[in-house]
Design a protein around this ligand. Structure first.
Ligand SMILES: NC(=O)c1ccc[n+]([C@@H]2O[C@H](COP(=O)([O-])OP(=O)(O)OC[C@H]3O[C@@H](n4cnc5c(N)ncnc54)[C@H](O)[C@@H]3O)[C@@H](O)[C@H]2O)c1
Length: 254
């Protein structure tokens, strides 16, 4: 288990899915976590399940005022900020030629602008803390071109690029900024696709299966921890080999 003892972390979109698993990993590692989300009932329930080391605050990541309230709350509750996981996101897709401008803009607004506002707003606190770790959740769709992800994929490529800029600008302040790129993982976001967990149930990826939230959370926890002290600007694919290349199955079409 990764050691996060003493660390205070904000996880956006933490009511469910990957964010809830990341929040769990923070608590399991001995840290404290402020979960934020637009889903109030689910967020409060998730925090309650995690016990006294977890808090919840309603938060729309596209709102600058909400971000300030979140960071103020983190300081009021924990007295410090060591980590930020920009995880909140939305995903639905269309073929490029059918993607509406409104939907494209909304993906960029939540996934990329939301991450930007959070990263920017957290800098003074992380500086005051003597450093920290920001983990931005991009996607396999931020490493390669996936069909049906025009707005989503573009926003996730943006998150990947923003992470690099943060890494180079903030290294002198000992603030590390890395991106995590999950492949297909079983959460409420992907449930409508009809995927199922288990070996051999997802031939689209070299490992032949989808991921589970805990497998993504393990990478997030590692990047939050001091074990990743020399890592910044890295992009960590946690995708069962999806973005590594083509399998024989793909090459032969069988
Ligand atoms: N599940 C996957 O296969 C997968 C793959 C690659 C990347 N991701 C990324 O991982 C992150 C988490 O996804 P998930 O699968 O857990 O999805 P999810 O839908 O289960 O969770 C996303 C959370 O973000 C919250 N959210 C949405 N808009 C928000 C806003 N404006 N402000 C605050 N919170 C908001 C939602 O309410 C939800 O609780 C997303 O950024 C997603 O793009 C997921």
């Amino acid at each position: 288990m990764v050691d996060l003892s003493g660390k205070a972390v904000v996880v956006t979109g933490g009511a469910r899915g990957l964010g809830a698993a990341a929040a769990q990993a923070v608590v399991d590692g001995g840290g404290r976590v402020l979960i934020t989300d637009v889903l109030e009932a689910e967020g409060a329930e998730t925090a309650a399940k995690l016990g006294h080391a977890a808090r919840f605050l309603r938060h729309d990541v596209t709102s600058e005022a909400d971000w300030q309230a979140v960071l103020d709350h983190a300081v009021a509750e924990f007295g410090r900020l060591d980590g930020l996981v920009n995880n909140a996101g939305i995903a639905t897709g269309q073929f490029l030629e059918h993607e509406s401008v409104e939907h494209f803009r909304r993906c960029v607004e939540v996934n990329l602008v939301g991450t930007f506002i959070g990263l920017k707003a957290a800098i003074p606190l992380l500086r005051a803390n003597g450093g920290g770790s920001v983990v931005n959740i991009s996607s396999a769709a931020g490493l390669t071109g996936l069909a049906l992800t025009a707005g989503y994929g573009a926003s996730k490529w943006g998150v990947r690029g923003l992470s690099k800029i943060g890494a180079v600008e903030l290294a002198e302040a000992r603030i590390r900024v890395n991106s995590v790129h999950p492949g297909m993982t079983l959460t409420p976001m992907t449930a409508p696709v009809g995927i199922q967990a288990g070996e051999g149930r997802y031939p689209g990826t070299p490992m032949g299966r989808v991921g589970v939230p805990e497998e993504i959370a393990a990478a997030v926890a590692f990047l939050l921890s001091d074990a990743a002290s020399y890592m910044t600007g890295a992009e960590l694919a946690v995708d069962g080999g999806w973005t590594a290349g083509l399998t024989v199955r793909h090459l032969t079409g069988q």
